[in-house]
Design a binder for this molecule. Sequence first.
Ligand code: AMP
Ligand code: ZN
Ligand code: FE
Ligand code: FE
Length: 277
Amino acid sequence: MPEPVADLHLHTNYSDGTETPERLVELAKQAGLSAMAITDHDNMDAIAIAAPMAQRHGIELIPGVEMSASAEGLEVHLLGFFLDVTHVGLQQHMAEQKARRVERIHEMVGRLQKIGVKIEADEVLQLAGQGTVGRPHVARTLLKHGYISTFPEAFTKYIGPDNPGFVPGSPLLPARIIRVILDAGGVPVLAHPIYLKRDELIDQFVKDGLAGLEVYHSGHPPDVVRRYEAIADRLRLLRSGGSDFHGDSKEGLPVGAVKVPYALVEALKQWKCSRHG
Ligand code: AMP
Ligand code: ZN
Ligand code: FE
Ligand code: FE
């Protein structure tokens, strides 16, 4: 028997991924996963939709989420695992963030229009449909209208941190997001620390209640993985990992591109049991 493996960072079209929840489960099955976590941005609606398909395929579906915060002007992404989807505080937080994201799109499109980019907020919002809207929906709209020729170009020319169309994401502190995740019975994990580029901030997040670090990620080359393994050991943090699959938005990156041993899932569960009972 091969060792069971999991991909703990996956997006669906309930946020900025392009695959449906059901299709994501099928891709996970093809990738040979025993467990998968759906971690849409500020949205957990895909979990219930994917659940019957996961059950049919014998895949353990872990309820997850990815939430945005900001620290010292930098964007911080926090993953939550094993949360209680019905928790009122969690639901309220996600509803607030969803509304804030819509406002942000209007602001971004307004800024782009000022520099002569003729796209409409309604088109971006329609792309997101029932899910949470984000910058990748703006990128896809720019691509469709020929303002860019590749998806990543959107983030270097129009909507990246140094570009004219950029509007920062959530202004909330990581401590606040960690609290939301803990209150909902979840396990808070710092996502893709490489993008934060400030390892020293992790110590503060641990004081705020952070439980784990996403050591394994499609954006982490081997030397970076070793660095975060060492930091996780030093700070006694759980380790998680996943592909950060977004479908067509990140071309060529398949579900299961980053797999972790199922033992890491067990460790996350154990942490939840000892903390939340
Ligand atoms: P948002 O939450 O609206 O700020 O959008 C963040 C998402 O945009 C991330 O989860 C990525 O999927 C995507 N993204 C951010 N930066 C880049 C980039 N440089 N290239 C491609 N996708 C990116
Ligand atoms: Zn995303
Ligand atoms: Fe992220
Ligand atoms: Fe992500």
